[in-house]
Design a binder for this molecule. Structure first.
Ligand code: SF4
Length: 208
């Protein structure tokens, strides 16, 4: 028998799941013929991704609580997952999203040498440049390293809603979420520069 015991995501990313390790040892010693496979879901998916050899990896952190786990995950990728066997270099790792826009990018890059860039502001314009192979100096909103010196580019101007296509949810399958019926998010605050609502990260994506 082969049994999978999964450690659910959401725990501190620095934690090695003790419960899984203890149960794996116990089952191995007491249930002959049972192979118990411990899987830490925070890491397992990324180890699979390494096999697909991506050329570029970006992280989108909307909620402030996502920032530290994302930085820890990026370090894990840079130090233990990539480059996969047979490749000399690892893909660039870039942090974006509304909470990335709330960081002091120069400080964050200095504190996280495994991170290659931080993309502040709306991602659309910067991402086009980054994935199209544009030079870092031309990527609006990008904080990056130029021969060891951290440079911070100006955030992009906010695009008009009419100039961007409707979101594409097909790959994210809203029917697979934990809602009784599919629920799609809508942002009505595009371009807000009010910045008076302390609970809100959306306005951080907009320049001005
Ligand atoms: S800062 Fe306030 S008004 Fe602006 S988008 Fe956020 S919640 Fe809305």
């Amino acid at each position: 028998m082969r049994a999978v015991l999964a450690f659910a995501p959401g725990a501190d990313p620095t934690y090695v799941p003790l419960g899984l390790a203890a149960l794996a040892a116990h089952i191995r010693a007491t249930v002959p013929g049972c192979e118990l496979v411990p899987v830490d879901l925070s890491h397992a998916w990324w180890e699979q991704q390494a096999l697909s050899e991506p050329d570029w990896i970006g992280f989108s952190a909307l909620y402030p609580g996502q920032v530290l786990p994302t930085l820890a995950l990026a370090r894990f990728l840079a130090q233990q997952v990539f480059p996969p066997p047979g490749r000399a270099t690892r893909p660039p790792l870039v942090l974006g999203g509304a909470s990335a826009s709330a960081l002091r990018p120069a400080e964050a890059l200095r504190a996280c040498p495994w991170l290659d860039g931080i993309l502040a502001g709306e991602g659309e314009q910067g991402l086009v440049r980054l994935l199209g192979g544009g030079p870092p100096a031309a990527v609006a909103g990008l904080a990056w390293r130029d021969r060891g010196i951290v440079r911070v580019n100006r955030k992009p101007d906010t695009l008009a809603a009419a100039d961007v296509p409707l979101p594409m949810f097909e790959d994210l399958d809203p029917r697979a979420r934990w809602n009784p019926t599919p629920v799609l998010p809508v942002v009505f605050s595009r371009g807000c520069k009010g910045r008076r609502c302390r609970f809100c990260a959306h306005n951080l994506s907009y320049s001005g």
